[in-house]
Design a protein around this ligand. Sequence first.
Ligand code: GLN
Length: 493
Amino acid sequence: MTKLIDMSIATALDHLEKGTFSSRELTECYLAAIEHGGSLNAFVTATPEKALEMADAADAARKSGDAGPMCGIPLAIKDLFCTDGVKTTASSRILGEFEPAYESTVTANLWRDGAVLLGKTSLDEFAMGSSNENSYFGPVENPWRAADGASRVPGGSSGGSAAAVAANLAAGATGTDTGGSIRQPASFSGIVGMKPTYGRCSRWGTIAFASSLDQAGPLTKTVEDAAIMLGSMAGFDPMDSTSIDRPVPDYRAALTGDVKGLKIGIPKEYRLDNAPAEILNLWDQGAQWLADAGAELVDISLPHTSYALPTYYIVAPAEASSNLARYDGVRYGIREAGDDLIDMYENTRAAGFGAEVRRRILIGTYVLSAGYYDAYYLKAQKVRTLIAQDFDSAFQDVDLVLTPTAPSDAFVAGAKSNDPIEMYLNDVFTVPASLAGLPGISVPSALSDEGLPLGLQLIGRPFDEETVLRAGQVLESAAEFTHRPTEWWKENA
Ligand code: GLN
């Protein structure tokens, strides 16, 4: 069974096409793995019946010569994507038993192409967090553990999706990335995570956190799988006013393995004094791998980098406070009674939101309030423009930017939960590309001294996912990251 599921999407598609196994057989293996992997707590909801139904439909479609590019591939979906008739929680208590009456565009695209829904994965509540410890349904465990055996966080906010893929509970998974929520958990979990350009994937039907930053993307075992999955997820959608009407290229065809002559920028501002030596060494190693493959390394400067985190932690909470105003106990989700309407709102929101979400709403409301708007929100918007301009001018000279994905390996569960600033600092390398709306990928590149995965990040020009994927695959081949976590969770089955 392990053999069947420890397989890339590309390989599984080949086998499905040859008839080595059916989508139903593959899906059954993943469903069994999900059952045995319960102690990881990666899923909020498993959908075995729906999965088998969809698998049978995929098998039938393939038989009649009508197989889409993801036909029969079992996927986990972050529980931030609305799924028609399937409970959708955003890992929050406030949504209660909410069952959307519609499907998000991204998931609809995947089903159109034949993919199979295994279930919905846990996340930090409303995608706010970097460790998946902010879920109403309890923390997700990283499949990876260091020699000390202590439980590690899978990263966040797409921690359930990352853990599911890393532990072979799904062939691939969707994530969303607002400030790093695909790339950082990918780095912590030893898998590939890709955030496309803002506007590439529709946000329609994805529960909003910070609308000017939110982007969907794939979490997969390989770069090729990321290319396949993104090809299905992406596309123009008139239902999202920020969706961009550009053709979706054949991402798989972009994987030529050739980076000769590509210019790779190495931004000096990312060389943080307090970053662990192993992170900086891996960064140098990654640059060397690309140089060995024929790319040219260029030292660049992104001068406003140090303002990215404070800017993000003003803009994102501001938008969140506005987006989350809709959870008022009136139309859907839980309701806590009160003496009057205002009292009901307050009781509902106090009972329904967890601590981090309440913190963000307070910060967001504060920075948007009269008297502080200019000093904080407006200023942050201006700095955001400067950060985007830094990248614009860098991309006059280089094709890609290479950085570490995160400043550490997966930290011990609970290590940062009482210190929000410490937690926010983990986003230091991912947030700038989010503010600039740029595509980025994290590729598993080495093990840390403690034996945990570390990723490298490539950032590209707007809508140039092809170059990001192409160089990402070259990094992947050079790194030869074939490590797998020991399957301790099966002992607890
Ligand atoms: N960790 C960041 C935050 O807490 C990013 C989250 C995300 O990308 N959704 O906001």
